[in-house]
Design a protein around this ligand. Structure first.
Ligand code: SF4
Ligand code: SF4
Ligand code: FES
Length: 502
């Protein structure tokens, strides 16, 4: 360890680490464009200048290793003047079109200008112009005029995605970011360049012009697109008299799982959530009240006691799975996860994306929920009621020759739901909370990210009403039914996330 003084405050830091890392770690505002923790230093923007006692000239914090006893100044008349001069250089040819820029509200250039800029342009010659809408492929659009040439996007394609589609073309104030001739952004992680871009030069075709960012609310959650379970921000908004709409997912830093990035498929999967709206319980195709429909479920369970098969999805949380098992034990039912574990080798890679697309398949295995065809067929032969949860298997049931009663508990309205005995909508992944075990055995709690629709209930609440035992929340399920059960003996709700041996 080393001790340094920054703006008069003594800090304990790591000897040899980059000064910018420790400044950012200690939440000290240090302007920077080209440095990014995942990409390292490049030293091209010169925005991170600091004064270091004993040095004649200001130094860039992103290329200064820490030495014990350093005395650093990040503010003051002299250093503010340096930052102002660097910013003026960045802005010489910038179009200053913030009112129509999608990045407005979360733009580092805009923020720094408000911090240390605030000057009139001294430029008397015309600005250099670039193209305003270059389609780079993979949903990414480039505005060349807004680019500050920090090269974060280029270094991402070189060092992280390793697809090398981007480069800097031409010289001086004619320099532009471009794809190499005949290529387009094609990496399955390409849209991360939009998050990396510190200004509005790279925008996301899927999100741009859909919502100003200051209207959005952000919640933390976990992606359920594959077994990785990447950490996300869910940005959503509700217009008056309309349903809640999710506008985008953004990666959330989680060094143990996804680092700074997510894949494009996971990023765009917010659309599935928006499709889970406007659903109502249906009894034999007729719209019903939630309470009445839940009462119907209880009646069916009693009527088909000992002859019910629960067919559950691998997208259920560990709390939901254990509660389904409890209901099944109470009513002498079978629980099967047949068809819930699935591999997609065309999806997986060596970075984040897993061929295993079941977001909580490990919980099925740890809770000993049988996914074999043999068990499913045996249970189906005896069943007079099948309850599919988090999935729709009417076609599978038809194919197996099953013709008795079916209940669907699902987040999405399906055509098939109209023909079944009961359709009970359950809240979608982002509208309910739960814990998921990822491919490495990390149990992660995902909080409810968006408000519930009035006619839709979380599965835990539906099951609590069936069991009538007052256990409604994930915390209560851990306390009463999970923490005393192998392999969760050392786990409690409070110490999530935690890694267990698979
Ligand atoms: S497009 Fe954005 S990330 Fe790429 S060099 Fe320009 S400012 Fe940096
Ligand atoms: S890698 Fe998997 S969990 Fe991560 S964002 Fe992509 S689909 Fe979602
Ligand atoms: S962040 Fe230090 S030079 Fe760009």
């Amino acid at each position: 360890m080393a001790h340094i003084t920054v703006d008069g405050t003594l800090l304990e830091v790591t000897e040899g680490a980059l000064l910018i890392e420790e400044l950012l770690h200690n939440k000290i505002n240090i302007p920077h464009f080209c440095y990014h923790p995942s990409l390292g230093k490049d030293g091209n923007c010169r925005m991170c200048m600091v004064e270091i006692e004993g040095q004649k000239r200001p130094q860039i914090a992103c290329d200064t290793p820490i030495k014990n006893g350093m005395i650093v100044r990040t503010k003051g008349a002299k250093i503010d003047q340096v930052k102002r001069a660097m910013l003026e250089l960045e802005l010489i040819n910038h179009p200053i079109d913030c009112p129509i820029c999608d990045q407005a509200g979360e733009c580092q250039l805009q923020n720094y200008y408000m911090d240390v800029g605030l000057y009139e342009s001294r430029l008397s010659t015309p600005k250099t112009h670039g193209q305003k809408r270059v389609d780079l492929g993979a949903n990414v659009v480039l505005d060349q005029e807004r680019c500050v040439l920090c090269t974060r996007c280029v270094r991402f394609t070189q060092n992280i995605a390793k697809t090398n589609e981007l480069g800097v073309l031409k010289r001086a104030d004619h320099s532009v970011i471009t794809t190499f001739p005949g290529t387009q952004l094609s990496s399955p992680y390409a849209m991360n360049v939009v998050d990396l871009c510190p200004v509005g030069a790279l925008t996301n075709k899927d999100f741009r012009f859909h919502k100003r960012v200051w209207f959005l609310q952000s919640q933390e959650a976990i992606c359920n697109g594959c077994a990785r379970g990447c950490s996300l921000f869910v940005d959503h908004h509700k217009e008056k008299y309309k349903e809640e709409v999710i506008y985008r997912y953004r990666p959330r830093l989680n060094v143990d799982v996804n680092g700074y990035f997510i894949c494009d498929a996971g990023r765009l999967s917010y659309k599935n959530e928006n499709a889970c709206q406007g659903v109502h319980p249906l009894i034999r195709g007729k719209i019903s009240e939630s309470e009445y429909a839940e009462g119907k479920l209880l009646k069916l369970l009693k009527r088909h006691q000992g002859k019910t098969l629960w067919l559950i999805s691998s997208t259920l949380s560990v709390e939901e799975m254990v509660r389904v098992q409890q209901v099944a034990r109470t009513y002498g039912s079978f629980v099967s996860a047949y068809g819930a574990l699935y591999e997609d080798v065309s999806f997986g890679d060596t970075f984040l994306k897993c061929s295993d697309r079941s977001s909580n398949g490990r919980s099925l295995k740890l809770l000993h929920i049988d996914a074999s065809e043999g068990y499913f067929e045996t249970a189906l032969d005896e069943a007079t009621l099948v309850i599919t949860v988090g999935r729709n298997d009417v076609d599978t049931l038809d194919a197996k020759g099953y013709s008795n009663s079916v209940v669907i508990v699902s987040q999405q309205p399906l055509e098939a739901c109209e023909g079944v005995e009961l359709f009970l909508p359950m809240s979608s992944h982002m509208a309910r909370d739960g814990s998921f075990i990822n491919i490495d055995g990390r149990i992660q709690y995902s909080a409810c990210a968006i408000p519930l629709s009035p006619d839709v209930k979380p599965l835990l609440s539906i099951l609590a009403n069936v069991l009538n035992d007052g256990v409604f929340t994930c915390k209560e399920v851990w306390e009463h039914h999970l923490s005393d059960r192998a392999p969760f003996l050392d786990v409690s709700f409070e110490n999530l996330p935690i890694k267990i041996d698979l």
